[in-house]
Design a protein around this ligand. Structure first.
Ligand SMILES: Cc1ncc(COP(=O)(O)O)c(C=O)c1O
Length: 322
């Protein structure tokens, strides 16, 4: 018997997470879900969270592969802060067999129940697909996001200045899930290494904390708007800072969006409209009418925020529904 330690690592399977590259994450998700090996039962059922957006320009990043492949979707509930409602997830899995369960780490915040979700998907024989479209830098910080499911998806163009605004990466923590997949954009892989991901994560955290402090100090805080996540965990690197603009309908949010963008501040409302399949999920529809996302990306510096907050203040001073 030979014992000892080799001079360098030679085991190709150690910590291996093979990654496939595509022009967008949805293309890679569709490539995975098109594999017959994923499906053990018919119809092909996939369980998704009840907050999935759609827009005329972009379609739906998460749902397009589901409708494109004619899969049968089910939806579990989320709390007000978009965390998984475990009781609802458990109920769905007991009522019906699903071969795939999707968890979204919304706006880069780690879904803190992800390990419990993995235990449930294992119990029910489903593949756990972690959607980290917004969470590449969170993954880099070393927490459970992207280290728990069998497969993780990343939208590179949402996180990095990619050529032609393209890029999606699917990481296979369970390489046995790679069967007949065909990546389409290998050349995009280098852009991931061409950036100092840890420093970007740090900048995003600093931006988030600076902006949170400024927003919390505004007199309108709590009256005209609420922060969704006032606290940032040490292993979360946010994609954006989500807030709720208060008011009866969507008018106030749409006004803030238009007014601040006219001032040159790149606000987004990522999930301003939900896919039609979710129209009965009233709490989520309501959130989609009020949510707005402030930029915290790496091109922003903390000193840029006072100007943004002034613009926000002006927008709140002229809300249509007060
Ligand atoms: C949560 C989520 N998952 C997946 C996607 C798909 O990303 P991509 O635009 O790279 O296909 C998006 C974007 O639309 C998203 O917001």
């Amino acid at each position: 018997m030979t014992t000892g330690i080799s001079k360098t690592a030679v085991d190709p399977t150690g910590f291996s997470t093979p990654c496939l590259f595509y022009s967008a994450a949805r293309e890679g998700m569709q490539d995975l879900l098109a594999q017959p090996e994923v499906w053990r039962s018919s119809p092909r059922r996939i369980l998704l969270p009840a907050f999935i957006g759609w827009s005329a320009n972009e379609g739906s990043g998460v749902f397009d592969p589901v409708s494109g492949l004619g899969l049968e979707p089910g939806f579990y509930d989320l709390g007000d802060d978009l965390a998984v409602d475990l009781a609802s997830l458990e109920r769905c899995l007991s009522d019906q067999h699903y071969d795939v369960v999707v968890v979204i780490h919304y706006f880069g915040r780690t879904e803190r129940s992800i390990e419990r979700v993995r235990a449930l998907t294992d119990e029910h024989g489903a593949l756990l697909l972690e959607d980290l479209a917004h969470a590449w830098f969170t993954h880099v910080l070393g927490g459970p996001a992207g280290r728990t499911g069998e497969v993780s998806l990343y939208s590179l163009h949402k996180m990095l200045p990619m050529p032609q605004a393209q890029g999606g990466m699917i990481a296979y923590r369970n390489p046995a899930r790679i069967t007949g997949q065909q990546e389409t954009a290998r050349e995009l892989a280098r852009h991931v290494l061409d950036h100092d991901a840890l420093s970007i994560a740090g900048r995003r955290q600093e931006n988030f904390r600076t902006l949170t402090a400024l927003l919390e100090a505004m007199p309108e805080h709590g009256a005209a708007f609420e922060l969704m996540w006032p606290h940032l965990d040490a292993d979360d690197a946010p994609q954006t800072l989500p807030a709720r603009i208060l008011g009866p309908g969507r008018e106030n949010r749409d006004h803030v969006y238009a007014s601040m963008n006219a001032d040159g501040y790149g606000m987004v409302s990522l999930y301003h409209t939900l896919i039609a399949e979710l129209h009965e999920h009233e709490a989520m529809v309501d959130l989609s009418r009020h949510i707005i996302n402030f930029p915290v990306h790496q091109d922003v510096a903390p000193e840029d925020y006072p100007g943004l907050v002034d613009s926000f203040s002006r927008a709140l001073a002229s809300l249509p529904a007060r």
